[in-house]
Ligand binder design. Structure first.
Ligand code: CO8
Length: 258
């Protein structure tokens, strides 16, 4: 499939979606977000793909929503046509794991999109920020909600109100990203991480992702009960038979197609 604003690669069971508007620091416009939704859904239902990586360029994961496209929006248009809601959050419906690989600027809507990934790996060049206040608006794709959950209220307020960017080291320290990697090795290492996950049973990866996301939507006891349903159900699956027997037989498990 060819896209105007995305580049696509596959590495075995790993699909890489690259945001690609180099002249505008990957500013996110309507077409790119429509295409991103299409690509995500295509890979989510493709049995040859177990894990998706979302990335940008060396300079920018994305420097935000496209300000040139938004400058003349009016309330009627954004509300009635449901801007953001209609095409920004498809990523949240993807069942397979989505890893965000962030290099360079990751700002505004770019940071909000990154935070919709299941986890983030940053290049040491990454810079995260929510500078929307400087262009006269609040964040609109979860910045005021996901950022405090990720890094705590004080740091989030600081970033949102002052527009201060944090670097990769601070992002790792605060839990926004899981690992930091030298920029020149970012994609090699992220694809290797994704391949490691892709060798696991995709059915269980989907359940773990779903259960972890429940942790942000429910109470602890309800969340644990939710997890327990998956755990019990696991004993009716071929992945459990293969995984546990392989361990006891001291061989590598083969989760192909599971
Ligand atoms: N939108 C449109 N174009 C952009 C954006 C953007 N967000 N960011 C960069 N560009 C363009 C520049 O206009 C410039 O274009 P040109 O060469 O034609 O002048 C080109 O990219 C290169 O940028 P710079 O020359 O500015 O490069 P610098 O290295 O000097 O600076 C920065 C890089 C720091 C990233 C700087 O470009 C910047 O501050 N960008 C804007 C960051 C920002 O304010 N982001 C928040 C935008 S608002 C938002 O994201 C709301 C999200 C809610 C969702 C809304 C959905 C409808």
């Amino acid at each position: 499939m060819q896209y105007q604003d995305l580049l696509i690669e596959t590495h075995g069971k790993v699909a890489v979606i690259r945001l690609n508007r180099p002249k505008a620091m990957n500013a996110l416009n309507d077409n790119m977000m429509n295409e991103l939704g299409e690509a995500l859904y295509a890979f989510d239902k493709d049995p040859a793909v177990n894990v998706i990586v979302l990335t940008g360029s060396e300079k920018a994961f994305a420097a935000g929503a496209d300000i040139a496209a938004m400058v003349n929006y009016d309330y009627q248009e954004t509300h009635t046509n449901n801007y953001i809601g209609r095409n920004w959050e498809h990523i949240l419906n993807v069942r397979k794991p989505v890893i965000g690989a962030v290099a360079g600027y990751c700002l505004g809507g770019g940071c909000e999109l990154a935070m919709m990934c299941d986890f983030l790996v940053a290049a040491d060049s990454a810079k995260f920020g929510q500078p929307e206040i400087k262009v006269g608006v609040t964040p609109g794709a979860g910045g005021t909600q996901r950022l405090p959950r990720a890094i705590g209220k004080s740091k989030a307020m600081d970033m949102l109100l002052t527009t201060r960017m944090i670097d990769a080291a601070e992002a790792e320290r605060t839990g926004l990203v899981s690992r930091v990697i030298p920029a020149e090795k970012l994609m090699e290492e992220v694809v290797a991480i994704a391949q490691q996950i892709a060798e696991m049973p995709v059915s269980v990866a989907i359940q773990i992702k779903d259960a972890v996301n429940q942790a942000f939507e429910t109470t602890l006891s309800q969340g644990v009960r939710y997890e327990r349903r998956y755990f019990h159900a696991g004993f009716g699956t071929p992945a459990q038979r293969e995984g546990m027997n392989a361990f006891l037989e001291k061989r590598k498990p083969n989760f192909e197609g599971l």
